[in-house]
Design a protein around this ligand. Sequence first.
Ligand code: AHR
Length: 517
Amino acid sequence: MSLPAMPVFAESFDARITVQADRPGAVIDPNIYGQFVEHLGRGVYEGIWVGPDSTIPNTRGIRNDVVAALRKVRIPLVRWPGGCFAENYHWRDGIGPRAQRVAGVNTAWGDEPESNHFGTHEFMDFIEQIGAQPFISVNVASGSPAEAQAWMQYLTGPASSGPGQERARNGRVEPWKIPFIGVGNETWGCGGNMTAEFYSDVYRQYASVLKPYGALIASDANSDDYAWTDTFLNRALYRHPPQMPTTLAYISKQPQIDMISVHFYTFSGNDWGKKSPAVGFDEDDWARSMERTWKTDDMIARHSAILDRHDPKGQMGISFSEWGAWWATDKNRPSNLYQANTLRDAVIAGLTLNIFQNHAARVRMANLAQMVNVLQALILTDKEKMILTPTYHVFDLYQGHQGATLLPTTVTAPDYSRGGIGMPSISVSASRAANGDVSLSVVNLNPVESAKIEIEIAGQQIRKATGQVITAKDMDARPEFGKADPLEPVKLNPIEMRRNQVSLVAPAKSVIVLTLQ
Ligand code: AHR
């Protein structure tokens, strides 16, 4: 089979990358390739759940094509049921025989109808079908610690317990494991409109009943609200302040927060009210989107610095529980927050994953918003049809980084500038897998110039270099239903090797992953 030719660009710049293979860092937690699924638009209904009577091939109501696609890229983790939806969700509405479940209204998302047909058992079935771990976000705004605790008892209680017996009557004898529990979502906004001080106390109360069940992930600071993180950690990190008298020493001084979360969305520029269209945008929009995505790096560094002060031993992590591109609403969209996914989304995904990987010491989880049919999705569906998006292809190529050991990198390259803003044009991240293979992901976010790149690998002998690239001629190239995918990754050619140095050309607006053996 002949491979599609890579676009060739006249303009180019020189860049140099050094991979410090002799200075291994933290392990890249596979959970940073996690996903976020919310009852919203067609994210759950149609995107995952079609019901057992559907003509769309399914297993117990869950569509087979979506499951197979997610298994292929080894999705490690899914956060559910929201988002803002979680803050209106009462889990008892979604258990028991489906025909008897009372339909509700999705008050978080425009009063869309909510059949409650996808509830706890269906979600856990889905999780098992794709081979991932669950991250359940409990309701803090309109629920209670008692409701959240009862949910965990229902999920994890032994079959001999009352909650376990109820679970068994509903079809599941074996208890499930819930490794991650989110204590509220955007509690500064849809999750209760709280101050950091008030949420700290609410968190303490929830933690006192939820800690035995799983790792606790605190509600996010609103993007760059560093004061929130600092206040929250001051007030809620320990069951009692560490300086408390020793008479209380019997109370654990272990942190009662396993991760703090951060939410941050990319749009073009920094104004929620002026978003770029998903397709048909210009280079200024491209540049502003990339500049905003780069802010993720600084945001993690500054939240990490606060964590370093409160938790110098590095016990706590950051969960980047919502990230991705949020483009302007298209009035012809088939469902709420549905958007086309283009080459720009792939470049944003590559850049963001590189940033997460490079902060692997603190970033231990992340969740793309949202997995199917909502915002920067991996998968889009149109009834029985399915598209794998450019973002999906990036997750596919990045699999070599999952659970590998981060290797430091340095880059020398001219900035990309446009419309008065400038930023690094090349983003890289490298890691070494247990078998010694080095994965190196390189993003050239300059949309008009290719990069002639020399790569030096210090401290490890390399004999073979292969790579794949995602690129196209147009910034908004995208897959469409019923047409050939213009963004399928193709083999990167040529890659030259000389004395442990690799040279290649990274096309303008491309994502490349190399395997160095
Ligand atoms: O992902 C869509 C929404 O964005 C989520 O429900 C909310 O947490 C965030 O504001």
